[in-house]
Design a protein around this ligand. Sequence first.
Ligand SMILES: Cc1cc2nc3c(=O)[nH]c(=O)nc-3n(C[C@H](O)[C@H](O)[C@H](O)COP(=O)(O)OP(=O)(O)OC[C@H]3O[C@@H](n4cnc5c(N)ncnc54)[C@H](O)[C@@H]3O)c2cc1C
Length: 220
Amino acid sequence: MTTPPSERTTVTRGANRAVYDPDRVRTILDAGVIAHVGVTTDDGPIVLPMAYGIDGDDLLIHGSVANAMMRAGRDVDVCVTVTIVDGLVVARTPFHNSMNYRSVVVRGTATAIDEPEAKTAALKVINDHVVAMWDTARPPSELDVRKTLVLRLPLTEAVAKVRDGDPVDEDIDMDGPHWAGVVPLTSIWGEAITASDLHPGADEVPPSVAGLAGRNAHDT
Ligand SMILES: Cc1cc2nc3c(=O)[nH]c(=O)nc-3n(C[C@H](O)[C@H](O)[C@H](O)COP(=O)(O)OP(=O)(O)OC[C@H]3O[C@@H](n4cnc5c(N)ncnc54)[C@H](O)[C@@H]3O)c2cc1C
Protein backbone atom coordinates (compact mmCIF):
# COMPACT_ATOMS: atom_id res chain seq x y z
CA MET A 1 0.00 0.00 0.00
CA THR A 2 1.32 3.48 -0.81
CA THR A 3 1.19 6.41 1.62
CA PRO A 4 -1.97 8.49 2.02
CA PRO A 5 -1.55 11.87 0.36
CA SER A 6 -2.74 13.77 3.46
CA GLU A 7 -4.09 13.28 6.95
CA ARG A 8 -7.63 14.04 5.89
CA THR A 9 -7.56 11.53 3.05
CA THR A 10 -6.40 8.71 5.30
CA VAL A 11 -9.11 6.06 5.40
CA THR A 12 -9.66 4.99 9.00
CA ARG A 13 -12.84 2.92 8.78
CA GLY A 14 -12.32 -0.06 6.47
CA ALA A 15 -8.67 0.94 6.14
CA ASN A 16 -7.92 -2.36 4.37
CA ARG A 17 -10.07 -1.09 1.48
CA ALA A 18 -8.08 2.10 0.98
CA VAL A 19 -6.28 2.64 -2.31
CA TYR A 20 -3.71 5.43 -2.38
CA ASP A 21 -1.77 4.40 -5.47
CA PRO A 22 -2.37 7.32 -7.91
CA ASP A 23 -2.46 4.98 -10.93
CA ARG A 24 -5.20 2.83 -9.38
CA VAL A 25 -7.11 5.93 -8.29
CA ARG A 26 -6.82 7.23 -11.85
CA THR A 27 -8.14 3.93 -13.26
CA ILE A 28 -11.28 4.28 -11.14
CA LEU A 29 -11.72 7.90 -12.20
CA ASP A 30 -11.38 6.81 -15.83
CA ALA A 31 -14.09 4.19 -15.26
CA GLY A 32 -16.54 6.56 -13.54
CA VAL A 33 -19.27 8.51 -15.27
CA ILE A 34 -20.68 10.93 -12.69
CA ALA A 35 -18.98 13.01 -10.01
CA HIS A 36 -20.76 14.40 -6.97
CA VAL A 37 -19.34 17.83 -6.26
CA GLY A 38 -19.64 19.21 -2.73
CA VAL A 39 -19.20 22.88 -1.95
CA THR A 40 -19.96 25.06 1.08
CA THR A 41 -22.10 27.97 -0.11
CA ASP A 42 -23.55 31.01 1.66
CA ASP A 43 -26.84 29.19 2.14
CA GLY A 44 -25.28 25.92 3.31
CA PRO A 45 -23.44 22.91 1.88
CA ILE A 46 -24.62 21.49 -1.43
CA VAL A 47 -23.65 18.37 -3.39
CA LEU A 48 -24.54 18.20 -7.07
CA PRO A 49 -24.00 15.43 -9.64
CA MET A 50 -21.88 16.48 -12.61
CA ALA A 51 -19.97 15.23 -15.63
CA TYR A 52 -16.20 15.37 -15.28
CA GLY A 53 -12.97 14.70 -17.08
CA ILE A 54 -9.39 13.93 -16.13
CA ASP A 55 -6.53 15.91 -17.63
CA GLY A 56 -3.10 14.84 -16.43
CA ASP A 57 -3.06 15.51 -12.70
CA ASP A 58 -6.31 17.48 -12.64
CA LEU A 59 -10.00 16.66 -12.40
CA LEU A 60 -12.13 19.03 -14.48
CA ILE A 61 -15.78 20.00 -14.07
CA HIS A 62 -17.89 22.52 -15.92
CA GLY A 63 -21.20 24.31 -15.64
CA SER A 64 -23.05 27.45 -16.56
CA VAL A 65 -21.55 30.72 -15.35
CA ALA A 66 -24.96 31.07 -13.66
CA ASN A 67 -24.43 27.85 -11.66
CA ALA A 68 -24.36 29.00 -8.03
CA MET A 69 -22.42 25.98 -6.81
CA MET A 70 -19.75 26.33 -9.50
CA ARG A 71 -19.38 30.02 -8.73
CA ALA A 72 -19.10 29.29 -5.01
CA GLY A 73 -16.54 26.56 -5.76
CA ARG A 74 -13.91 28.91 -7.18
CA ASP A 75 -10.77 29.23 -5.06
CA VAL A 76 -12.23 27.38 -2.10
CA ASP A 77 -11.86 23.91 -0.61
CA VAL A 78 -14.22 21.47 -2.36
CA CYS A 79 -14.82 17.73 -2.32
CA VAL A 80 -15.54 15.62 -5.40
CA THR A 81 -16.66 12.00 -5.13
CA VAL A 82 -16.91 9.46 -7.94
CA THR A 83 -18.80 6.25 -7.15
CA ILE A 84 -19.21 3.03 -9.11
CA VAL A 85 -21.52 0.42 -7.58
CA ASP A 86 -20.50 -3.11 -8.58
CA GLY A 87 -22.97 -5.12 -6.55
CA LEU A 88 -25.32 -5.52 -3.66
CA VAL A 89 -23.84 -7.45 -0.75
CA VAL A 90 -26.57 -9.36 1.08
CA ALA A 91 -25.47 -10.60 4.47
CA ARG A 92 -27.05 -13.07 6.86
CA THR A 93 -28.24 -10.08 8.91
CA PRO A 94 -29.11 -6.60 7.54
CA PHE A 95 -26.55 -5.06 9.90
CA HIS A 96 -23.82 -6.51 7.66
CA ASN A 97 -25.44 -5.73 4.31
CA SER A 98 -23.16 -3.68 2.11
CA MET A 99 -22.27 -2.86 -1.48
CA ASN A 100 -19.32 -3.74 -3.62
CA TYR A 101 -17.94 -0.53 -5.00
CA ARG A 102 -15.07 1.56 -6.31
CA SER A 103 -15.17 5.13 -5.03
CA VAL A 104 -12.79 8.05 -5.13
CA VAL A 105 -12.77 11.15 -2.95
CA VAL A 106 -10.79 14.18 -4.14
CA ARG A 107 -10.33 17.17 -1.87
CA GLY A 108 -8.61 20.46 -2.53
CA THR A 109 -8.95 23.96 -3.89
CA ALA A 110 -10.70 24.33 -7.23
CA THR A 111 -9.56 27.08 -9.55
CA ALA A 112 -11.18 28.43 -12.68
CA ILE A 113 -9.71 27.99 -16.14
CA ASP A 114 -10.39 31.37 -17.75
CA GLU A 115 -8.15 31.50 -20.81
CA PRO A 116 -10.45 30.65 -23.76
CA GLU A 117 -8.16 28.13 -25.50
CA ALA A 118 -7.34 26.27 -22.30
CA LYS A 119 -11.01 26.37 -21.35
CA THR A 120 -12.06 24.91 -24.70
CA ALA A 121 -9.44 22.17 -24.38
CA ALA A 122 -10.78 21.38 -20.90
CA LEU A 123 -14.34 21.24 -22.22
CA LYS A 124 -13.24 18.69 -24.82
CA VAL A 125 -11.68 16.53 -22.10
CA ILE A 126 -14.89 16.63 -20.02
CA ASN A 127 -17.06 16.00 -23.06
CA ASP A 128 -14.95 13.10 -24.30
CA HIS A 129 -14.59 11.42 -20.89
CA VAL A 130 -17.45 9.01 -21.58
CA VAL A 131 -17.43 9.02 -25.37
CA ALA A 132 -15.01 10.81 -27.69
CA MET A 133 -17.48 12.65 -29.94
CA TRP A 134 -16.23 16.26 -29.68
CA ASP A 135 -14.52 16.05 -33.07
CA THR A 136 -17.63 14.77 -34.86
CA ALA A 137 -19.97 17.47 -33.47
CA ARG A 138 -20.29 21.20 -34.16
CA PRO A 139 -17.57 22.95 -32.17
CA PRO A 140 -18.82 25.28 -29.41
CA SER A 141 -19.04 28.96 -30.29
CA GLU A 142 -17.09 31.69 -28.50
CA LEU A 143 -20.31 32.55 -26.70
CA ASP A 144 -20.81 28.92 -25.58
CA VAL A 145 -17.32 28.98 -24.08
CA ARG A 146 -17.89 32.38 -22.43
CA LYS A 147 -21.12 31.11 -20.88
CA THR A 148 -19.34 28.12 -19.32
CA LEU A 149 -17.34 28.04 -16.11
CA VAL A 150 -14.63 25.37 -15.91
CA LEU A 151 -12.99 24.40 -12.64
CA ARG A 152 -9.80 22.42 -12.21
CA LEU A 153 -9.15 20.41 -9.05
CA PRO A 154 -5.66 18.90 -8.58
CA LEU A 155 -5.60 15.17 -7.86
CA THR A 156 -3.00 15.76 -5.15
CA GLU A 157 -5.39 14.75 -2.38
CA ALA A 158 -7.18 11.81 -3.96
CA VAL A 159 -7.98 8.50 -2.32
CA ALA A 160 -10.00 5.50 -3.38
CA LYS A 161 -11.87 2.87 -1.43
CA VAL A 162 -12.68 -0.46 -3.02
CA ARG A 163 -14.91 -3.21 -1.67
CA ASP A 164 -15.34 -6.52 -3.41
CA GLY A 165 -16.20 -10.08 -2.50
CA ASP A 166 -18.50 -11.78 -0.05
CA PRO A 167 -20.47 -10.40 2.86
CA VAL A 168 -18.56 -10.31 6.13
CA ASP A 169 -20.81 -11.96 8.71
CA GLU A 170 -20.38 -12.88 12.34
CA ASP A 171 -19.33 -16.32 13.57
CA ILE A 172 -22.69 -16.86 15.33
CA ASP A 173 -24.51 -16.59 11.97
CA MET A 174 -22.27 -18.80 9.85
CA ASP A 175 -24.17 -22.06 10.49
CA GLY A 176 -27.60 -20.38 10.52
CA PRO A 177 -30.43 -20.68 7.97
CA HIS A 178 -30.06 -17.24 6.41
CA TRP A 179 -28.88 -16.66 2.82
CA ALA A 180 -25.87 -14.55 2.03
CA GLY A 181 -24.21 -13.54 -1.22
CA VAL A 182 -23.65 -10.84 -3.81
CA VAL A 183 -25.92 -9.52 -6.57
CA PRO A 184 -23.66 -8.02 -9.26
CA LEU A 185 -24.66 -4.73 -10.87
CA THR A 186 -23.51 -3.92 -14.40
CA SER A 187 -24.41 -0.80 -16.40
CA ILE A 188 -24.48 -1.48 -20.13
CA TRP A 189 -24.98 1.21 -22.79
CA GLY A 190 -27.88 0.56 -25.17
CA GLU A 191 -28.20 1.14 -28.92
CA ALA A 192 -28.20 4.83 -29.88
CA ILE A 193 -31.71 6.21 -30.60
CA THR A 194 -31.74 8.81 -33.36
CA ALA A 195 -33.38 12.14 -32.47
CA SER A 196 -36.92 12.38 -33.80
CA ASP A 197 -36.17 15.77 -35.41
CA LEU A 198 -32.94 14.69 -37.10
CA HIS A 199 -32.28 16.13 -40.57
CA PRO A 200 -32.27 13.25 -43.12
CA GLY A 201 -28.79 14.23 -44.28
CA ALA A 202 -27.36 13.77 -40.81
CA ASP A 203 -28.43 10.24 -40.09
CA GLU A 204 -25.01 8.63 -39.69
CA VAL A 205 -24.37 7.81 -36.05
CA PRO A 206 -20.79 8.87 -35.16
CA PRO A 207 -18.66 5.72 -34.81
CA SER A 208 -17.69 6.55 -31.23
CA VAL A 209 -21.36 6.89 -30.27
CA ALA A 210 -22.44 3.73 -32.13
CA GLY A 211 -19.53 1.93 -30.48
CA LEU A 212 -21.03 2.42 -27.02
CA ALA A 213 -23.78 -0.15 -27.61
CA GLY A 214 -23.26 -3.22 -25.47
CA ARG A 215 -20.28 -1.75 -23.62
CA ASN A 216 -20.00 -1.72 -19.86
CA ALA A 217 -20.30 1.94 -18.81
CA HIS A 218 -17.53 1.43 -16.25
CA ASP A 219 -14.99 -0.28 -18.49
CA THR A 220 -11.88 1.76 -19.13
C1 LIG B 1 -21.95 2.96 -2.75
C2 LIG B 1 -21.50 3.16 -1.33
C3 LIG B 1 -22.41 3.04 -0.30
C4 LIG B 1 -22.02 3.22 1.01
N1 LIG B 1 -22.95 3.16 2.00
C5 LIG B 1 -22.61 3.45 3.27
C6 LIG B 1 -23.59 3.52 4.31
O1 LIG B 1 -24.79 3.35 4.08
N2 LIG B 1 -23.17 3.78 5.56
C7 LIG B 1 -21.87 4.01 5.85
O2 LIG B 1 -21.53 4.27 7.03
N3 LIG B 1 -20.92 3.96 4.90
C8 LIG B 1 -21.26 3.71 3.63
N4 LIG B 1 -20.30 3.68 2.64
C9 LIG B 1 -18.91 3.89 3.04
C10 LIG B 1 -18.65 5.38 3.23
O3 LIG B 1 -18.37 5.95 1.96
C11 LIG B 1 -17.45 5.63 4.13
O4 LIG B 1 -16.27 5.05 3.59
C12 LIG B 1 -17.66 5.07 5.52
O5 LIG B 1 -18.93 5.46 6.02
C13 LIG B 1 -16.59 5.56 6.48
O6 LIG B 1 -16.80 6.93 6.76
P1 LIG B 1 -15.84 7.66 7.80
O7 LIG B 1 -16.14 9.10 7.76
O8 LIG B 1 -15.89 6.93 9.09
O9 LIG B 1 -14.47 7.35 7.05
P2 LIG B 1 -13.01 7.71 7.39
O10 LIG B 1 -12.22 6.48 7.13
O11 LIG B 1 -12.87 8.39 8.71
O12 LIG B 1 -12.72 8.78 6.24
C14 LIG B 1 -11.47 9.42 6.20
C15 LIG B 1 -11.19 9.82 4.79
O13 LIG B 1 -11.12 8.65 3.97
C16 LIG B 1 -11.62 8.94 2.67
N5 LIG B 1 -12.81 8.11 2.38
C17 LIG B 1 -13.78 7.72 3.23
N6 LIG B 1 -14.72 6.97 2.59
C18 LIG B 1 -14.32 6.91 1.31
C19 LIG B 1 -14.87 6.30 0.16
N7 LIG B 1 -16.03 5.62 0.18
N8 LIG B 1 -14.19 6.42 -1.00
C20 LIG B 1 -13.01 7.10 -1.07
N9 LIG B 1 -12.46 7.69 0.00
C21 LIG B 1 -13.09 7.61 1.17
C22 LIG B 1 -11.98 10.43 2.68
O14 LIG B 1 -10.88 11.19 2.24
C23 LIG B 1 -12.25 10.71 4.13
O15 LIG B 1 -12.09 12.06 4.46
C24 LIG B 1 -20.67 3.50 1.31
C25 LIG B 1 -19.74 3.61 0.28
C26 LIG B 1 -20.15 3.46 -1.03
C27 LIG B 1 -19.14 3.64 -2.13
